[in-house]
Design a protein around this ligand. Structure first.
Ligand SMILES: NC(=O)c1ccc[n+]([C@@H]2O[C@H](COP(=O)([O-])OP(=O)(O)OC[C@H]3O[C@@H](n4cnc5c(N)ncnc54)[C@H](OP(=O)(O)O)[C@@H]3O)[C@@H](O)[C@H]2O)c1
Length: 251
């Protein structure tokens, strides 16, 4: 039995991917997020809602921690773990802290799933790449077995860039709107432009520098835009932002 504590956005994506895949595992979810949990249990016969968080632990061999870290620090100390396997997807909570939190559990793995696990096209960094975690995330796409926790935290830091991606798209469409294009059409156009590009990013043989060159015709407007924003220090600012996130994750 796979137990899930915290049925929010990422747990829902994982449960959906697992339940719609081959040989779905039995899944027992915590009762708190009633609407989400009820919907999942109604959609998938392999999903049940537990009576309590402690009941999740008592009936599960593998427990997936999908709580926000601040909630986990409040909730988990009141729970009794035994010898389950634990997988944490909680950002910024190192193995040392997890070991204390879920004692006496010996087997703990950290994972950084992306929302694409819902359609089993995830690429999930794991550390350590324990069999029980690898088996679970292989069902949801591909696994990246990370060498150590420092490298794991680098992957984690890179996920902090997603909101900025939308800010970038918003900035482009807002620029169009500021110049008189209807906001709805501006957003639709920018959305369509980047949706098309995003669909070419699946796969394991990516080369971003080559893709950039393919889109930056010498003397063309893409090349001009790259040069101007580069001269304004945008790319160095990306490095700085990531450095700051890394410092927050590994104080
Ligand atoms: N979202 C992602 O794409 C993503 C990806 C990788 C990792 N993560 C990590 O996954 C964790 C969850 O993120 P999320 O985006 O899924 O957050 P979320 O949507 O806020 O989900 C957290 C869930 O935990 C529930 N919860 C709070 N207290 C609880 C308790 N005492 N018992 C049981 N459930 C409780 C919350 O319910 P209420 O809403 O009622 O408070 C909520 O449904 C975070 O640590 C995050 O770092 C997220």
């Amino acid at each position: 039995m796979l137990g899930v504590l915290g049925v929010g956005a990422i747990a829902t994506a994982m449960i959906t991917g697992l339940s719609e895949g081959d040989n779905p595992p039995d899944i027992l979810v915590s009762p708190r997020s009633v609407a989400r949990a009820t919907k999942l249990a109604a959609c998938y016969p392999n999903v049940r809602i537990a009576a309590s968080n402690q009941a999740v632990l008592e009936q599960s061999d593998v427990v997936l921690l999908c709580l926000r870290p601040s909630d986990a620090l409040k909730v988990i100390p009141d729970l009794q773990f035994r010898d389950q396997r634990v997988i944490s997807v909680m950002a910024g909570m190192p193995l040392g802290m997890l070991r204390e939190l879920v004692a006496p559990v010996q087997h703990i793995a950290r994972a950084i799933p992306l929302a694409s696990v819902a359609i089993r096209r995830g690429v999930t960094p794991l550390y350590p790449a324990a069999d029980f975690a690898r088996e679970l995330f292989n069902r949801l796409g591909r696994v990246i077995e990370v060498a150590d926790e420092t490298a794991f935290d680098l992957f984690s830091a890179s996920t902090a860039t997603v909101a900025a991606h939308f800010l970038y798209l918003n900035r482009i469409s807002a620029w169009l709107a500021a110049h008189g294009i209807a906001q709805r059409e501006a957003q639709q156009y920018v959305g369509a432009m980047f949706a098309e590009i995003a669909s070419s990013l699946h796969g394991s043989e990516l080369d971003f520098a080559m893709l950039m060159r393919e889109h930056a015709t010498p003397g063309g407007i893409n090349e001009l835009f790259c040069r101007v924003v580069g001269e304004e220090g945008v790319w160095e600012a990306v490095d700085k932002g990531l450095d700051r996130v890394q410092q927050r994750l590994v104080p």
